[in-house]
Design a binder for this molecule. Structure first.
Ligand code: ATP
Ligand code: MG
Length: 285
């Protein structure tokens, strides 16, 4: 008998399924790097984020799980500063993002690496120019220094830097483009990296490569990372903690083992990939 065929321990009401979980007390050996409380976002009449509470510990990787359309990318855009904070607080490394001046935003962005859902490289620029872009735009570094730092960043993501510096994105494979995107995100030694579906559309070997890279960067750079993924294998491989976003709230949070044992019915359906459960019933209604 598979998990999904087992009778649920109890019947969950809609209210129970949408109930936000409280963040646990901070363990003595941990420090909060990202702290979000009661974050709301509305697009016209649609209430997409309905009170997000989340802690991310310094140096850890937190994976955000959630079905398509649940608000994961919208949530990330608040950390990137592309959405203004309507209601609630977002604190990163002691900075209150709801109260930053333009200069403070500039400094914050230098501490931030972002890996988009699509690698989002500029098609008309070479690898050297794409990866070096933050240095040209933000730091106005000299050309020779930019070249050296680009090569170093490409080596960190295990790419043959010298061979590909002058290639354009359409001359690279999908997995290489992803790595170039990651190299661009880490070139300024960020303190926080946001990955929005870093492995979507890649073959399983490349997926493993990107997962290993995430782990490696955590070890070598000591960065804090937030990762959105639909890939459960990836989530269980790279996460220190997992948060499950459902209907605009974090309704489950825990370590990999705690999430594997969590009985939230929608999370269970997502983990088992079952076609029967509250997720698919909602679609039928
Ligand atoms: N700029 C916007 N204006 C209006 N509605 C938006 C905007 N951005 C997102 N939405 C809506 O917010 C909801 C959540 O979108 P979001 O992109 O955050 O989902 P997601 O969880 O990232 O999904 P996926 O897994 O498919 O990437 C969707 O219903 C979407 O239509
Ligand atoms: Mg998304």
């Amino acid at each position: 008998m598979t998990d999904s065929q087992q009778p649920l321990a109890k019947e969950w009401t809609k209210e129970e399924m949408e109930q936000a979980v409280d963040m646990p007390p901070v363990p003595e050996d941990k420090e909060i790097f990202v702290r979000i409380r009661n974050l709301h976002k509305r697009f016209g009449p649609r209430h997409i984020l309905r009170g997000i509470d989340l802690d991310v510990y310094k140096g850890e990787t937190l994976v955000v799980l959630g079905v398509s359309g649940s608000g994961k990318s919208t949530f990330f855009k608040h950390l990137m500063g592309t959405h203004t904070i309507d209601e609630g607080t977002v604190e990163v490394g002691g900075r209150h993002l709801d109260h930053l001046s333009t200069d403070e935003w500039g400094a914050y962005r230098q501490d931030l690496g972002v890996i988009f859902q699509m690698a989002a490289l500029l098609g008309s620029l070479t690898v050297l120019e794409n990866v070096g872009l933050p240095l040209i735009e933000v730091e106005r570094a000299p050309t020779e220094e930019i070249r050296e730092r680009v090569i170093e960043a490409l080596h960190r993501v295990f790419l043959p830097a010298e061979e590909i510096l002058s290639l354009r994105p359409d001359e690279l494979s999908g997995g290489m483009r992803k790595r170039v995107g990651i190299a661009r995100a880490i070139i300024q030694n960020p303190r926080l990296i946001l990955y929005d579906e870093p492995t979507t559309g890649l073959d399983p070997v490349t997926v493993s490569g990107v997962n290993e890279l995430t782990l490696e960067l955590q070890k070598t750079l000591g960065v804090t990372s937030l990762v959105i993924t639909h890939d459960m294998e990836a989530a269980f491989t790279i996460a220190d903690h997992i948060a499950f976003l459902y209907n605009g709230r974090i309704v489950a949070y825990g370590t990999v083992d705690e999430i594997r044992a969590n009985e939230h019915p929608v999370l269970r359906q997502l983990l088992t990939g079952s076609t029967t459960g509250p997720l698919t019933e909602d679609y039928v209604k």
